[in-house]
Design a protein around this ligand. Structure first.
Ligand code: PGA
Length: 249
């Protein structure tokens, strides 16, 4: 019922020359893979326009990594959701822990960004996840529940968001939670969504896992019942690695 979504987050990596990797991904995203998996790549904002031309007819979706909560105005250096949409993006990653930590983004701000993105017509991948200290203190489930509740606006329309569970301590470290821990968290997020979204919507919402997803561990993680895809950082920069993860979905 839920199609898998494999999303690549290039972060602050990628110059024009690196669009060759994107082209390689598009070439390797065969009709057989397209039939069962959705794929999104989020390059840096500077590459969106060029990438969007490249992805026409490939079945791959273009995404962005953040947006401002306002529609337009005096916000030097910021990029609005409608600008991303205008550049060819169809999705945007919001609430990534690198934004929460390095830019002091709160769930309230992220909620405003989610609203702005939806208004602009973007699908949102909302990131949530606990720190190592929070997990060790036994607070992971509670922290993530709160992030989900506080970051999602009320009365979301159907299919407008996906949630990515990304434990902060697993991002870029090569560490991952146990399969049991991922399964427990995803089931808990689905339960939280039942209390937040309209009836039936929680069942339709895709829950992605992110944090050190690699070709070697993707199949086992993606086989878990409530894992509907992956948000991939480092391994989304190389076409061969990313395609191997797509094939595992
Ligand atoms: P990683 O990053 O796959 O490099 O751990 C994931 C993410 O931050 O989205």
């Amino acid at each position: 019922m839920r199609r898998a979504l494999i999303a690549g987050n290039w972060k602050m990596n990628g110059l024009k020359a690196d669009l060759q990797e994107l082209s390689g991904m598009a070439k390797g995203f065969t009709p057989a893979l397209r039939a069962r998996t959705d794929v999104m790549v989020a390059p840096p904002a500077t590459l969106l326009f060029a990438a969007s031309a490249m992805l026409i007819g490939t079945g791959m979706t273009l995404g962005a990594q953040d947006c401002h909560e306002g529609a337009s105005g005096a916000h030097t250096g910021d990029v609005s959701a409608s600008m991303l949409f205008d550049s060819g993006a169809e999705m945007v990653i919001l609430g990534h822990s690198e934004r929460r930590q390095n830019h002091g983004e709160t769930s309230a701000l992220i909620q405003a960004k989610v609203r702005a993105a939806l208004t602009a017509g973007l699908h949102v991948i909302l990131c949530v996840g606990e720190t190592r200290a929070e997990r060790e203190a036994g607070r992971a489930l509670g922290i993530v529940r709160r992030q989900v509740r506080q970051s999602l606006p009320e009365r979301l329309s159907a299919g407008s968001v996906s949630i990515a569970y990304e434990p902060v301590w697993a991002i870029g470290t090569g560490l991952t939670p146990t399969l049991d821990d991922i399964a427990t968290m995803h089931a808990d997020i689905r339960k939280t969504l039942r209390g937040v979204l309209m009836k039936g919507e929680a069942e339709k919402t895709r829950l992605l896992y992110g944090g050190s997803v690699k070709p070697e561990n993707a199949a086992a993680i993606l086989a878990l019942a409530d894992v509907d895809g992956a948000l991939v950082g480092g391994a989304s920069l190389k076409a061969t690695d990313f395609l191997a993860i797509i094939a595992a979905a």
